[in-house]
Design a protein around this ligand. Structure first.
Ligand SMILES: [Zn+2]
Length: 457
């Protein structure tokens, strides 16, 4: 790249032809010297060879679809290094709770609120700098913060706030519901303020027409996240599922993350039973339809779209169920977080062969050193997963867009979609003159590629 790559409002009203050393559309073989023609926010054509004058020539870069991070918690972006996993998962959760308390307390002081705003913004900026075009962020109260969303509006990035809900007792359920409704209202108000009159704002984001280039809220969408089986009662989860169905909202839930969770599901024993006892929830009644991970998945399959986060210890029958519902259900693998907890090897290939849609996420800085999706892709490639380059990239692009219900606007470089890209600069020009197959090898090699950036409108 000879120049700082940027698209700005000056290109809105005319066609712009962008040529890249390599173009990876996500749906076709890599094209050497391929071009994308952009008008306004949209891609209007793909050309294997330039059919007209070049406006932007990316001579030493690989141009790819913008990356999709299907699971993160931006609120922990103020952490400079992950919280140690020593002592096991429950111990780590304790550290997370202590960190939250120390950093934000109960959000009563302006300083605490300001610190939170900065943390969210830090994470957002970091993700964008690494070529991320979409973030599915677990949102806890207070959220969203208009200042953060306004900052996001200056970047080519779409944020999903997935409002977290958890708890066992009736009192907690009421508190959570109030907090969630407050966040939803704030999200709705934020979008309504920015929509031209006449647009339907009842279905926040998911089914709206994105054809209006003045739609100021194209990049902010709202969903729901019951936390995990051990922290959230079936009654609350059921409410979240209904909410997802009625409002066409993405639902994300941590399921099958640890062996301890699987033990709790199977026998209501182990560290999670102790934890619930300690926090005063005590013996949780074993409801007939909510005994195994598969029971939870069965219920989640009724959501409008469900992201099953982690799924590290799910079994073959669970995979079969998720495969049956693959149009609406995806599992989110977070490779470096998986390594952080030294879990058993992730059954990526077997899951995919069973027909499960697997997408990728960074999780948060509480379990990952950064929010760079490119490092997640590299980790998968380096792990001998048995997948080709296109399949690996697909988990952070087309598969992920389908999982979130936004494949009509993002996930690949195709006519009609948003002009949101990630660009990877190849450091050794000689490495550009290779076969399509070899370009992947260079892409995954840290010595060959500079940190990808976001590029688009
Ligand atoms: Zn998470």
């Amino acid at each position: 790249m000879k120049q700082q790559v940027s698209l700005n409002d000056s290109v809105i009203d005319r066609n712009h032809r962008i040529r890249a050393a390599w173009l990876l559309t996500g749906i076709a073989e890599p094209m050497r010297g391929g071009c994308v023609v952009v008008r306004g926010r949209r891609i209007i054509d793909i050309e294997e060879r330039a059919l007209g004058p070049i406006d932007i020539d990316l001579e030493d870069v690989v141009l790819m679809p913008g990356l999709i991070n299907s699971h993160t918690h931006l609120e922990f972006s103020g952490l400079s290094s992950p919280l140690s996993a020593e002592g096991g998962f429950v111990e780590w959760v304790r550290k997370v709770i202590a960190y939250r308390q120390e950093r934000w307390g109960d959000f009563t002081s302006p300083l605490q609120i300001e610190r939170r705003r900065l943390d969210l913004q830090l994470g957002l900026e970091e993700a964008v700098q690494c070529g991320t075009a979409v973030l599915a962020d677990i949102a806890t109260h207070p959220y969203p913060l208009p200042e953060v969303l306004d900052a996001a509006a200056t970047h080519p990035v779409m944020i999903w706030g997935l409002g977290e809900v958890l708890g066992w007792t009736e009192q907690r359920r009421q508190e959570m519901r109030l907090a969630f409704d407050g966040m939803s209202e704030q999200a709705k108000a934020y979008c309504e303020d920015r929509l031209p009159t006449g647009n339907d704002t009842n279905q926040l984001g998911n089914d709206r027409s994105d054809h209006n280039k003045n739609d100021g809220c194209i990049d902010y969408r709202w969903g729901i996240s019951p936390h995990a089986p051990y922290s959230t009662s079936p009654r609350v989860i059921q409410w979240c599922i209904e909410r997802s169905r009625l409002s066409k909202q993405v639902l994300a839930m941590h399921v099958g993350e640890t062996l301890e969770e699987m033990e709790w599901l199977a026998n209501r024993s182990g560290v999670f039973a102790d934890l619930l006892e300690r926090i005063g929830v005590g013996n949780v009644p074993s409801l007939p339809q909510w005994k195994t991970a598969r029971d939870y998945l069965n219920h989640l399959s009724r959501a409008w779209r469900a992201l099953v986060v982690h799924g590290n210890y799910l079994g073959i029958e669970d995979w079969e169920l998720m495969a049956q519902h693959r149009e609406k259900m995806s599992v989110v693998y977070c490779p470096r977080t998986h390594q952080h907890f030294a879990h058993n090897r992730y059954p990526l290939l077997a899951m995919r062969q069973a027909g499960v849609r697997v997408v990728l996420g960074t999780d948060s800085r509480a379990s990952n050193p950064d929010l760079n999706m490119w490092e997640e892709l590299r980790t998968v490639a380096a792990g001998g997963c048995g997948l080709g380059g296109q399949e690996i990239l697909g988990m952070a692009t087309m598969e992920a867009a389908t999982g979130l219900g936004i494949a009509n606007v993002l996930g690949s470089i195709e006519a009609g979609k948003l002009a949101r890209f990630s660009v990877a600069k190849i450091l050794e020009p000689g490495h550009l003159a290779v076969t399509p197959k070899l370009i992947w090898e260079h892409l995954w090699d840290r010595r060959d590629v500079a940190l990808p950036q976001s590029f688009g409108l």
